[in-house]
Design a protein around this ligand. Structure first.
Ligand code: F6R
Length: 242
């Protein structure tokens, strides 16, 4: 595991973007595993800047997003498809048909799940996975549990996640209580993982995940077993590690 210390959120975003841009330049038809949330917004901004400066070309790139709320359509302003469109896809030359986010709609979750797993298999897996980490150590929406999950599945979101994410909804009760997420196995099969973490509020969980026991109670702790993880964290997020 390589740990890169950034001075602040912007520096973290720039450093992560530099790493990802280099990979895209080397393998333009790569499969990017992408995340939503506050952590990668700066990274997407930096990638858009690089695209505008003609330093990066996404025309052959494909993407698989980590997760989507159950019950939200892609044009709902809190859906992760919408988030990806407005924060990244709409601003670069990626072919929308090559971007994948789980389908949050429909009353057959099993179909959504198997469709998504089929897409991942057809693409040959993920080359580089961008990850943020939840306050409870979740990666994707793999919440603390008794076992590590395998492939895409439907999860019941935990109270701490509902609390953290409901601020983006008009009313707390508008926030979906379930989400589709890649499983831990999908994430661990990514060839390379870039974990970005910012802020004091994540300092303790980052330390626990990187240096504590490997346990499904702290889903991110599994990353200790991956052979190619780069953690880009700012000084605040690293403050418990030092
Ligand atoms: C988002 C995702 C989540 C977030 C995590 C951190 O697609 O899968 O695991 O990465 O909840 O969220 P932020 O970045 O908002 O602190």
């Amino acid at each position: 595991m390589k740990i890169i210390k950034a001075s602040d959120y912007n520096d973290m975003s720039q450093k992560a973007a530099d790493i990802l841009a280099e990979i895209v330049q080397t393998k333009p038809d790569l499969v990017m595993g992408l995340a939503t949330g506050s952590s990668p917004i700066g990274l997407y901004k930096c990638l858009i800047e690089k695209y505008n400066q003609k330093l990066i070309d996404f025309s052959k790139a494909k993407s698989i997003n980590l997760d989507e709320y159950r019950g939200l359509s892609g044009d709902h302003n809190q859906s992760y498809r919408y988030f990806m469109n407005i924060n990244f896809f709409d601003h670069v030359n990626i072919n929308t048909g090559n971007t994948h986010v789980p389908n949050g709609l429909g009353d057959d979750p099993e179909k959504n799940i198997s469709d998504y797993n089929t897409i991942i298999e057809k693409l040959g897996g993920i080359d580089v996975q961008i990850l943020g980490m939840g306050h409870n150590g979740h990666i994707g929406f793999n919440e603390p549990a008794d076992f590590f999950t395998k492939k895409t599945h439907l999860v019941n979101l935990q109270e701490s996640t509902i609390l953290a994410n409901s601020v983006y909804f008009e009313k707390e009760e508008d926030m979906p209580r379930q989400a589709y997420t890649l499983g831990i196995q999908n994430i661990m099969y990514a060839k390379k993982i870039i974990l970005i973490v910012s802020g004091k509020a994540k300092a303790d969980i980052l330390k626990t995940a990187l240096t504590g026991h490997i346990t499904p109670r702290v889903p991110g702790s599994i990353l200790q077993l991956h052979s190619d993880v780069i953690v880009v964290a700012d000084v605040d997020a690293m403050s418990s590690l030092i």
